[in-house]
Design a binder for this molecule. Structure first.
Ligand code: SAH
Ligand code: SF4
Ligand code: F3S
Length: 473
């Protein structure tokens, strides 16, 4: 979930966030599994696929670590800090393993893929290692591990999309759900480990995506976020009629499931988002007016070293185009401070492009060198840590101001809000989101509403993170 936050580090947001249990009959299952997820939305979506695979084999999920026979951690490798968090958690599990004979620990996801059997070399740390494309083999691997063998499958696939598996919705508010539309990435941004941990890009069968969205809508969900590392390069040829489905076409098809179903998507690579996509967004009211368009840097020279394949000017023209076609479009970004060779002037260019793009919010990071990436092999990680941190702080401070200004501009405007549930701080207020993905909080008053309803709300006040408002009759 892309929460409306301006956290410095994306994985901090996720730290320690475990799935809560869904209620099961305790006697119904032969074993219980616990799964904790880190990293991006795709990893969270994968955990739901894993839960579905394990469910079919007679394993039940639990949110209580103590009662689990199988403990899984779905890991992220995007920055070093993400891996450190996982390591710390694994040593805690190791202690638990000593007390609880027979408990098995499995590492899933990107770190499993990156480190492969290295995990198994460390005594009693983990029993099972499974990469993102090998989840179907989990039940067999669990069996192997139960027999005392170390079980590992980190094979990447060119065609696995888990298209036929309907994910078990864990930790869901019953209103919004995530639907994976593709896996892997072919982009090779030089700083990024994802192409190595997730393999080649492949798109999921359109029909299976539509079937999942329709099913979710019938179950009462009102908002779907289509997920992929680079959704705009979605490409699928339907055999039955030889129809080529681009991302714009897919968006349209999902939007047509029902006008009451909101559609979002993440992430867009600036080089691939087309006018077709923008026009489709403008055409359908239920496709949310919000784009996450990571810039990474505002310096053309640095962008080139990052292998992002666009220039500063090209990116700025894209933002202009978005604002032309969808004037009230929400916009957010990812920014990296202190990439290899970054000079003060490059950093100033980043601040400048942020100001120019007027992001509603951003995920901001300092560069963390990842083993095996192009940048690690080609360039020196030569920006000193204190400078990285200083620049990151300036980026965060600027974003905080931009977020506040963006919210202030919305005061007095009326937004259609999808209610997601009670406000965390105040149960007499609702929390929901506008089409632009801004969090709105407003008193319930005497209106007969429930979560999943749409309501018109006028923004009256704001903080940097939230619009506060009032229901309009
Ligand atoms: N596919 C998405 C991003 C996935 S990773 C996209 O292309 O936009 C999410 C974000 O993590 C990236 O956008 C980038 O800002 C950040 N990131 C990736 N590798 C990083 C690294 N080595 N150091 C710091 N931040 C990194
Ligand atoms: Fe990484 Fe770039 Fe692919 Fe995003 S588009 S996952 S940043 S390689
Ligand atoms: Fe992390 Fe893998 Fe996602 S490295 S950001 S969990 S694709």
């Amino acid at each position: 979930m892309l929460d409306y936050v301006t956290d410095k580090v994306q994985d901090e947001k996720r730290q320690g966030e475990a799935f809560s249990p869904f209620v099961n009959d305790p006697n119904q299952y032969k074993k219980r599994f616990y799964i904790e997820s880190y990293g991006c939305q795709m990893n969270f979506a994968d955990s739901e696929i894993v839960a579905s695979i394990l469910n079919k084999e007679g394993f039940g999920a639990t949110g209580n670590l103590e009662e689990a026979d199988l403990v899984f951690i779905n890991t992220c490798s995007i920055r070093e800090k993400a891996e450190q968090t996982v390591r710390k958690r694994l040593t805690e599990f190791k202690k638990l393993k000593k007390e609880k004979k027979g408990m098995l620990v499995g590492v899933l996801g990107c770190m499993a893929e990156r480190l492969k059997s290295k995990f198994l070399e460390e005594e009693n740390l983990v029993d099972i290692v499974v990469g993102p494309d090998a989840y179907r083999s989990l039940p067999g691997l669990v069996e192997e591990a139960e027999g005392g063998q170390k079980a590992v499958n980190v094979l990447l696939s060119r065609d696995e999309t888990y298209a036929d598996i309907s994910p078990v919705r864990l930790d869901s508010n019953g209103v919004s759900a995530f639907v994976s539309i593709m896996r892997g990435c072919n982009n090779m941004c030089s700083f990024c480990v994802v192409p190595f941990t997730r393999g080649r890009e492949r798109s999921r069968d359109t029909e299976s995506i539509l079937a999942e969205c329709t099913d979710l809508f019938e179950k009462g969900y009102k908002e779907i976020t289509l997920l992929g590392q680079n959704v705009d390069s979605y490409y699928f040829v339907q055999e039955k009629n030889d129809e080529t489905i681009t991302f714009a076409k897919l968006l349209e098809k999902v939007a047509r499931v029902s006008p009451l179903l909101r559609v979002r998507f993440s992430t867009s690579h600036p080089k691939d988002i087309t006018d077709d996509v923008l026009h489709t967004m403008a055409k359908y009211e239920n496709i949310c007016n919000y784009i996450h368009l990571p810039v990474q840097s505002g310096s053309t020279r640095v962008l080139q070293l990052m292998n992002r394949t666009y220039t500063r000017e090209w990116y700025m023209a894209k933002v202009k185009r978005i604002r032309e076609i969808i004037p009230d479009c929400g916009l957010s970004s990812d920014v990296i401070a202190g990439f290899c060779t970054e000079e003060e002037q490059d950093h100033q260019d980043t601040l400048d492009i942020m100001e120019h793009s007027r992001y509603d919010f951003s995920y901001m990071f300092f560069y963390s060198e990842r083993p095996g990436t192009l940048a690690q092999r080609r360039y020196r990680d030569d920006v000193p840590e204190e400078i990285k941190k200083k620049r990151l702080q300036e980026i965060v401070d600027l974003q905080n101001r931009l977020s506040l200004e963006s919210n202030q501009k919305d005061i007095g405007k009326i937004f259609k809000v999808l209610i997601e549930g009670d406000s965390k701080k105040d149960p007499t207020a609702w929390k929901g989101r506008s089409s632009q993905n801004k969090v709105m909080v407003f008193p319930k008053e005497n209106h007969q509403l429930e979560k999943g309803d749409y309501v018109m709300v006028k923004a009256t006040h704001c903080t940097q993170a939230t619009l506060l408002g009032k229901i309009i009759e």
